[in-house]
Design a binder for this molecule. Sequence first.
Ligand SMILES: NC(=O)C1=CN([C@@H]2O[C@H](COP(=O)(O)OP(=O)(O)OC[C@H]3O[C@@H](n4cnc5c(N)ncnc54)[C@H](O)[C@@H]3O)[C@@H](O)[C@H]2O)[C@@H](O)CC1
Ligand SMILES: [K+]
Length: 222
Amino acid sequence: MKTSDQTGSSETITSDEMRALEQAAIASGRVTGLELMERAGKGVVEAIFEEWPELVKDKRRAVVLCGPGNNGGDGFVVARLLEKAGWGVETFLYGDAKKLPPDARVNYELWLGRGGVSKIEVCYSYRWASHPVVVDALFGIGMNRPLPDELRNILMATLNCRRVAVDIPSYVSSDTGDLMCPWPHYTGQNQLTVTFHRPKAGHVMADGAQVCGKVVVKDIGL
Ligand SMILES: NC(=O)C1=CN([C@@H]2O[C@H](COP(=O)(O)OP(=O)(O)OC[C@H]3O[C@@H](n4cnc5c(N)ncnc54)[C@H](O)[C@@H]3O)[C@@H](O)[C@H]2O)[C@@H](O)CC1
Ligand SMILES: [K+]
């Protein structure tokens, strides 16, 4: 597992420490949650083009799977930035848009201005081969229970795509690296994981060290 660290230090931090850092930065007035989310989404898109430079000129199709929290919010930023770069982007939302947290809701609305959002159920019968890039923005450090089967089945169907996990694959616990659903251990190939500020234990420990594939740490100015 390689962590190409761009923030000068690669020791891991816990999800609680990350949340505390984010809240302190926001409380200090130095930055808003929305700015952090924009930087996170921008970091994911940068990492995609750094990892697969051939995708820069060859505009591709991407699918972004957005969850009910701020990880989903990052996904809507990624969708908007890829679409702005000329990509065909489809987004799917797991959860109720009306219940999205504020920063995620803003980015959901911003995305609506550029493209539609489908219910995640549409993915069950998807032809993934025509979508070489799938972005997993379902759950990040807020994942607190096993992944529902229907989401696991969707993610399993994308194994042959270029897979991009926002913050962490949604089936890996960020504090332990344990798999949060039955998941094959060999699936680190063509998996890019883009996390923020520092790696988390889940990127380097236990099964997470395998299934996270290439982990890139992007600075979001914390
Ligand atoms: N200001 C911030 O807080 C920032 C957050 N960021 C992103 O936000 C993420 C954390 O966002 P949240 O704290 O909203 O948490 P998540 O977006 O990771 O997920 C939380 C939501 O999913 C639900 N959930 C958790 N596990 C579930 C499961 N197994 N099945 C079904 N529902 C489940 C929770 O009830 C909650 O509604 C980070 O991973 C990162 O991607 C970044 O944008 C940086 C800034
Ligand atoms: K994720």
